[in-house]
Design a protein around this ligand. Sequence first.
Ligand SMILES: Cc1cc2nc3c(=O)[nH]c(=O)nc-3n(C[C@H](O)[C@H](O)[C@H](O)COP(=O)(O)OP(=O)(O)OC[C@H]3O[C@@H](n4cnc5c(N)ncnc54)[C@H](O)[C@@H]3O)c2cc1C
Length: 500
Amino acid sequence: MNNQPVDLFIIGGGINGVGVARDAAGRGASVMLCEKDDLAEGTSSRTTKFIHGGLRYLEQFEFRLVKKALIEREVILQIAPHISYPLRLVLINNGKIRNPLKIRSGLFLYDNLAGRRKIPPTDKVNLRTSPEGTEIKDSFKNGYGYWDLWSDDARMVILNARDAVMHGAQIMTRTEFVKAEPVDDFWLISIRDKSTGILKQVRAKTLFDATGPWLKSNTIKIEGLQRPDDLRLVQGSHIILKKWWQGNHAYVLQHFDNRIVFVVPYLDNFAIVGTTERDLQGPIEEARITHSEKEYLLDMLNNHFKKQFEVDDIISSYSGVRPLFDRERGKNRSQVTRDYHLEFNLVQGKLPVISAYGGKLTTYRVLAEDAMAILEPYMPDLTCAWTSTKPLPGGDIPEGDFNLWFKDFNKKFGSLGEPLISHLGSTYGIEALAILQGVTSTTDLGINFGGNFYEKEALWLIENEMPKTANDILFRRTKHGLFLTSIERKNFENWVADRL
Ligand SMILES: Cc1cc2nc3c(=O)[nH]c(=O)nc-3n(C[C@H](O)[C@H](O)[C@H](O)COP(=O)(O)OP(=O)(O)OC[C@H]3O[C@@H](n4cnc5c(N)ncnc54)[C@H](O)[C@@H]3O)c2cc1C
């Protein structure tokens, strides 16, 4: 057993767990985090990849949530300008579903609730004359343009985890939380290394449960806590298609069930379409898109776009599970709040534990600040809040102007080819300079594993980003896995097996 108790033990390496780890470690707390799989392997890599205010939540009068999330758009763009960028969304008007006056009022609030610095304002779009309307069916005449942020969700998790480690946190992946018991003045926490099966015990002053959809099964392992009955698990699925429209904008489509579906450009050549919503049936790990979810999304596309789609056009799909905080049972799934709730308990009147319910990728940083405000009295030497101004690793770009920085980066390394430079710049920001140190031609990058993936990048990832399997690298730290053939993936697995 580790003799020295840590200030904070965190269960779960999704965005909320690593966000709290980064915040706490940066304030001087000793922090330990365990994740049963890989970082971001749960819900946090299965999102629509928006850092957004959530225009739709205004209909539910969630002004507090929308304002908080709108503020975060600007903050995230400031601290992670390499993995986020403003994305224009074109909302297709359909007066039979929503009154245009209601949409205009919503957009006015969206523009003005929280103030904007870098995010452009909304505008009206004539679909008949604008290039953004070229692919849309003639029956739709107009729409509205507004802006949110696109962000690489999995890298947001990895970068928060790395920064937490840089501030002294200990992060253990493929390590499962087994139980926590109050012993004397501390939590005695049992964890199991999944690769060796070895059980280990650590002591902690405070405990934070960030297991998202897995909250129910973990709460019962924390002695003194009741199994929560106000967590609702809702599956959401996305399909990936080949991109079929010109331009970098996304579309927002309205359904007669009052839901909206996003159509978002992805990795230059692809489009993500989602999401659906259905109460989860079966184990979280087995959440997969159903035939009716595919049909729902394809129907939405076929109702709005001139091009028509069928199931065979779907290249890939992914499903995630939202852990919604649902204290008012019986609400329609879409109406259950997307805001987070931090449930605080003092077990035996002295041992603090927080369970995090719900939330959004967008609001992870403020969730962490709120958690620290609750835990502060139990860790008296903490310094003050800091994460809203300190860039994530690679994001310390001069004046936060990614485009300007990229021009310079491209000048230096453009001879390696635009696709490679663009991938490295938008994945690693200024840390790409470390990967390219001493590189003057692609031969200096070592083995090519396929596409834009070279040995130098893989070695840097192994050294810096805590991967334990080939897929950790191919699908979460990067998306190279989507571009490699099955033979290339196998070759990479063999290469990496000796090095992890
Ligand atoms: C379809 C969909 C689309 C979404 N789109 C957006 C969006 O565009 N923008 C946005 O802001 N939000 C979006 N969200 C919401 C957002 O994804 C979630 O709020 C967020 O990812 C939740 O993060 P988390 O850390 O709480 O959970 P998770 O990411 O699920 O992390 C929990 C972690 O706990 C680990 N764990 C569980 N049990 C144990 C154990 N016993 N021991 C150790 N580890 C354990 C799991 O392996 C998992 O990695 C979307 C959600 C869904 C489902």
